[in-house]
Structures are given as C-alpha cells and as structure tokens.
Design a protein around this ligand. Structure first.
Ligand code: PLP
Length: 405
C-alpha cells in the first residue's frame, strides 16, 4: 500500500493554488511531475560534478561518465534488456522513433515495401514512418480499432504480407488508455518474420515492462513521462538489429577513427550517440527509475487501477458524458465528451477551477477521425493523484454543465 499523502510531499509542484484553487494535476499523459530526489540530483550534478562524458581523463569527467554509464545500466534493469549496450539515449520517444525510421529504413526498406501501424498511434509513431515511406516509395498499412478502443487483432494475419518490413505499435494508447497485448502482437509478427517497435511512452510508467519477455525488437520511451527530466529518452534495440543498422547522426563520440577518406564507427551504444548527450538528463532519469522501483511498480499499478475504477464510476454521474476507450485492460486515462459541449470550453473552465487536463486531438488525429470527433477532454491520473481529486473533477464538471447548458 502506498502512502499517497506522504508521496505527494515528494512532488513540490503539486502543493500550489491556481486561480485561488488547489491544483489538481490530471495531465500526466502529457508530462509527469518530478520527485524532489530528481530535482536534487540535477542540482547536485550541475553544482558539484558536471563535466562532459567520455571526453576527459580528469576527475569530474570520469565521475560523470561513471554516473552516465550507471544510468544506462539502471535503464537496462528497469526494462529487463539483455545488454546495457542495447540502451541508446536519445531526446525522447519522438527522436527514438525517428532514429529507427531513418536507420532501419535506410538499411531494410525498399520501394513497394510496407510498414504496419495501428489506428491508435500518436503522431510520433505515424509521421516518421510516413516520411520514410515517401523517401523510399513504400506504403503504410493500418490495424483498425473497435468501438471499445481495442485493436482488431483478427485483421493482423491478413494485414501482414511478405512486403511488411516492420510493425510499430503503442504499448498504451495516449487517448484511450487501452493496454495493447504487445507480447501477443510480437508473437504473431515474428511468426511472419516481421520485427516490432513498441512505443512505450504511455506504458512504461504504468505497466511492468520486460522487453526480453515481450521479445520486441525496439522499445522507446521518454524520460519526462516517467517522472524524469525533459529532453532525455531511450531507444532499446536488440543487439542484432543495432549492430547491422547504420548510424543516423554523425559527429563526435560515435567514432573510433576519422580520416578524410573514411570513418570507423564506435561500437554500441556509442555508434548511435553522436555529439554531447544529455548526460545530466540520463542520470536524472535513472534517479526517477530508482524512485519508482523503491515505491514498487506493483503498488503503483494497484493504486492507479483503484483510481481508474473510482474516477470512471464518478464521471458516469455527469449527464450525457461519454467515455472514449472502454477496454477492460486500460491505464488511468479518461477521455470524454459531454453532450455537444466543446472539449476546449470544458478544459478552459476546468482550468479556472484548478483542474489541469488536456483537450484536443492529443496528437492522434486518425484515431479522432475514427470516432468522428475533433478531440476530447483527457484526464490522465497517476499514482500521486487521489480520490478527492477525482471528486473535485466530478463536482467541477457538474458546475460546468450547469453553466454551459
Ligand atoms: N507516443 C505516445 C503514445 C505519446 O503519448 C507521446 C507523447 O504524448 C509520444 C509518443 C511522444 O513523446 P515525446 O513528445 O516525449 O517524444
């Protein structure tokens, strides 16, 4: 059992008022708040230990390099990867997917090939593949969703063809909260010899993630969505792919030897880490992962499920409120519309009552098109949220309905 009131004290930003009302932060899908220990780590690093990694032989560079490589090991353990050199630091999910789309695409995708996505992907897991298809003369195919917001996996065997080069799927939908059966998807794709990239941006912080058990070929996520700093992310790739794929950026630190005739690239993981990395961000991310490990992901998942059940039941008290995403396996994301009220009007008024939610298409326009809507209001809960906050959301919505009807 988690002591939520004690945990909330770890997140100084939560303790404030907006427009004279206590902040109720329900926009955790967009970004999460940072525990004090992460803030203190970053301050300490800049204050006492900062120097560029893999560069100097002097004391500060050596200890920063040690912390950076220890951070890589922390990530490896957190996602249960086989090797630390399969962990590449990037700027975030978007840059990890772009890296694979470019590097894997350069090597393996040809004219006439196909990339398979799903209808519930975030634009970050659509646009880089579309750009690849445009460069190579390949095309996208899409696994549809059903009304509950689950993938129609019965279509998979026919959608995968001998031209499919890669399947990219989100672990958890950022709009619907649906937790996809990624292990099963990987199994089916591998039966057809197709590698799979899993977008873990909304999954890693809410589900126990084991890339070895999942057997995915690539797994990507962002530090800022898992209580770590912005500007840092992870690309996990199986060694066999990363060894074969070309670097997608050239520069310092990713080379063994440079002459004007030819460059010999570094071994993994540095081959994919050109230039000065966000090493402070990586160490901050590792601190956040340690914090979560200490709380226990099982405990976090249990509390978030309780919050989801409670908030779902309460929201149903609002007349004409429709929830998008009704899978029996979902994270604590509640996307909804109320009658014909515009999502941004509801969001603006919620803000005035202290409630931070996201409104709009949530960077998933094709999914909104599927439902024939322009967007939703999205309340995304996490472990530092409380049932009282769900009550405040409900009461605020009832006031707004009263005001706007
Ligand atoms: N994928 C999913 C499912 C997301 O929810 C997001 C962000 O909301 C992204 C990718 C992009 O993440 P980032 O902006 O951190 O690169």
């Amino acid at each position: 059992m988690l002591d939520i009131q004690k945990i909330r004290k770890d997140f100084p930003i939560l303790d404030q008022q907006v427009y004279g009302k206590p902040l109720v932060y329900l926009d955790n899908g967009a970004t999460t708040q940072k525990p004090r220990v992460v803030l203190e780590t970053i301050e300490r690093l800049y204050d006492r230990e900062n120097s560029n990694v893999h560069r100097g032989g002097h004391h500060l560079s050596v200890i920063t390099t040690e912390h950076y490589e220890a951070a890589r090991e922390t990530v490896r353990q957190f996602i249960h990867a086989a090797h630390a050199h399969e962990i590449i630091f990037t700027h975030g999910t978007t840059s990890s997917i772009n890296a694979v789309a470019f590097s894997f695409g350069e090597k393996y995708v040809r004219a006439g090939d196909e990339i398979l996505l799903t209808e519930m992907e975030h634009h970050a897991n659509i646009v880089p593949w579309q750009m690849l298809c445009e460069r190579k003369g390949a095309s996208l195919k899409v696994i549809p969703v059903n009304e509950a917001g689950e993938l129609r996996l019965e279509t998979l065997d026919t959608l995968i063809t001998e031209k499919t080069r890669l399947l990219a799927v989100t672990q958890v939908s950022n709009v619907l909260g649906t937790v996809n059966p990624v292990k099963e998807i990987v199994e089916i794709a591998h039966r057809h010899g197709v590698p799979v990239l899993v977008d873990g941006a909304q999954g890693i912080q809410h589900e126990i993630t084991d890339v070895t058990d999942m057997d995915c070929d690539f797994y990507v996520f962002s530090g800022h969505k898992i209580y770590g700093p912005t500007g840092i992310g992870v690309l996990y790739g199986k060694e066999k792919w990363l060894e074969e794929m070309p670097p997608y950026q050239g520069g310092g630190d990713m080379i063994k030897k440079v002459t004007f005739e030819k460059t010999i690239y570094e071994d993994l993981p540095l081959k994919f880490e050109a230039g000065t990395m966000n090493y402070i961000g990586a160490i901050g991310l590792a601190t956040a992962l340690d914090y979560l490990r200490d709380l226990g992901l099982e405990n976090i998942m249990a509390w978030e499920q309780e919050l989801l059940d409670y908030a779902t039941a309460r929201l149903k008290e609002v007349p004409e409120l429709k929830i998008y995403g009704n899978s029996s396996h979902k994270t604590a994301i509640l996307s909804f519309l109320i009658g014909d009220l515009h999502h941004s009007d509801v969001g603006t008024l919620l803000d005035k009552l202290g409630v931070a939610v996201r409104t709009g298409h949530h960077c998933a326009q094709p999914l909104c098109d599927h439902y024939g809507i322009a967007g939703t209001v999205r309340a995304s809960f996490t472990f530092y949220n409380t049932k009282e906050e769900a009550d405040w959301l409900l009461n605020s919505l009832l006031r707004i309905v009263e005001m706007l009807k």
